[in-house]
Design a protein around this ligand. Structure first.
Ligand SMILES: *Cc1c(COP(=O)(O)O)cnc(C)c1O
Length: 415
């Protein structure tokens, strides 16, 4: 353990690790995922940082207590467990610093509240995660912050929507239901030219497939609940910041004390070690299923950024290094009862929210019911798939039986 009274200022890399800074600077992401945020020799040689639970942290002297100079001062401010994940994530995300929140949505709220004040105007993509929209329309509106939703494909055209009091442009690429790709570098350049900050919700790609900070994000949010967990067994949010915004993010986090639970952080650290392997497999499985679905006669369109026929494919290819296992399809027109018959009878696909776990999921959704800046008329029932690690042939067989049920339910009689 750290010597009592040590004044080491929050080291990004633990002090006693055998990895030298010079070696560390040359490491590939795969190697970083194994070593980041870990120092076995601070934990009696044990490989993983244990779960530190605690509120009180004792100070050895009055001077240390009053000066708050110890490495850890109180449970809400951080523990060796939270620091391990924060420093690892900063390293992977290319960030100056990271804070951990109790859920992805809490991380979204924390990122926004780091940047806004009463009287501000913010721009949020119309394709944003729906609970983010709810937070803006309720909590932020009540605080006197006005939200304008913008066409996700606006690109550099976002400049026309900027006002003197626009403080934030919020992007999410791709949108987690409709999968519109956003030109993040162009949007960031336009925002920065007018002094606004950029937040990205990078949950779909994770830092492993989209380098949000390098492409212009000042703050980047990740719902760790999804691919960092990978097992549908924890709730966690992460906000990372570039150099310019890190002090502000950390101050806001400390003011809220909206901190993540130690078990969830421990599980997320465990997930981090295999995250690239799981994402690569999710990409592989997701693409196989997307292509199989694209060839089905019941399917009108597949919304998957890595498919060449998808409208946002060029941006994805330019800015992203891979895809994850989450995508949507638009069915040809079928009555709602037929879609219900298809989904209700599925034996391998679960129906439920969230995604990024080992099991495959499917949900119906309807963006047209809440969008305000753009009208979304898919022309048939939309379904969102999160592809897990089952055998692809087994998944196809389950869906094949589902499509048979879809075709069987007759149109309701015309009154
Ligand atoms: C799930 C999700 C969140 C919120 O994460 P929770 O941990 O479920 O609160 C935020 N953004 C996106 C894009 C998500 O998919």
């Amino acid at each position: 353990m750290h010597r009592a009274g040590s004044v080491a200022a929050y080291p990004i890399f633990p002090a006693m690790t055998k990895l030298t800074r010079r070696t560390r600077a040359t490491l590939k992401t795969r190697t970083r995922l194994v070593h980041a945020g870990r120092d076995p020799f601070e934990q009696h040689g044990f490989i993983n940082t244990p779960i530190y639970r605690g509120s009180t942290v004792l100070a050895p002297t009055m001077a240390v207590l009053e000066g708050r100079t110890a490495r850890f001062v109180y449970g809400t401010r951080g523990t060796p467990t939270t620091e391990a994940l924060e420093s690892a994530w900063s390293e992977i995300a290319g960030a100056a610093g990271t804070v951990l929140a109790p859920s992805g949505l809490a991380a979204v709220a924390l990122a926004l509240l780091t940047l806004v004040k009463a009287g501000d105007h913010i721009l949020v993509t119309d394709s944003v995660y729906r609970p983010t929209r709810h937070f803006c329309d309720t909590v932020l509106a009540r605080m006197g912050i006005e939200t304008t939703y913008y066409e996700p494909l606006a690109g550099a055209g976002i400049a026309a929507l900027m006002r003197a009091n626009t403080s934030v442009v919020f992007v999410e690429a791709p949108g987690s239901e409709s999968f519109e790709m956003q030109d993040v570098p162009a949007i960031a350049a336009a925002a920065h030219a007018r002094g606004a900050a950029v937040i990205t919700d990078n949950t779909w790609a994770t830092p492993l497939m989209f380098a949000a900070h390098a492409r212009g994000a000042d703050l980047s949010v990740e719902a760790g609940t999804k691919y960092l967990s990978g097992h549908s067994d924890l709730l966690l949010g992460l906000v990372s910041a570039n150099e310019a915004y890190w002090p502000r993010l950390r101050r806001t986090f400390d003011a809220f004390a909206m901190c993540a639970g130690p078990e969830d952080v421990f599980l997320a650290l465990r997930g981090l070690r295999t995250m690239e392997l799981r994402l690569k497999e999710a990409e592989h499985q997701g693409l196989a299923m997307a292509r199989w679905l694209a060839a089905r006669e019941e399917v009108a369109r597949v919304l998957h950024p890595a498919l060449p026929e998808f409208s946002g494919h060029a941006i994805w290819k330019r800015d992203f290094s891979g895809s994850s296992g989450l995508f949507s399809v638009i069915l040809k027109p079928f009555p709602k009862a037929a879609v219900a018959a298809m989904l209700d009878g599925l034996e391998l696909f679960g129906m439920g929210y969230s995604w990024g776990g080992f099991e495959s999921l499917v949900i119906p959704f309807d963006c047209s019911s809440y969008r305000t800046a753009t009208s979304w008329n898919p022309g048939g029932p939309p379904l969102r798939f999160s592809i897990g690690f089952e055998d692809v042939g087994d998944l196809e067989a389950d869906l094949d039986r589902g499509f048979a049920r879809l075709r069987q339910v007759p149109e309701p009689p015309v009154e």
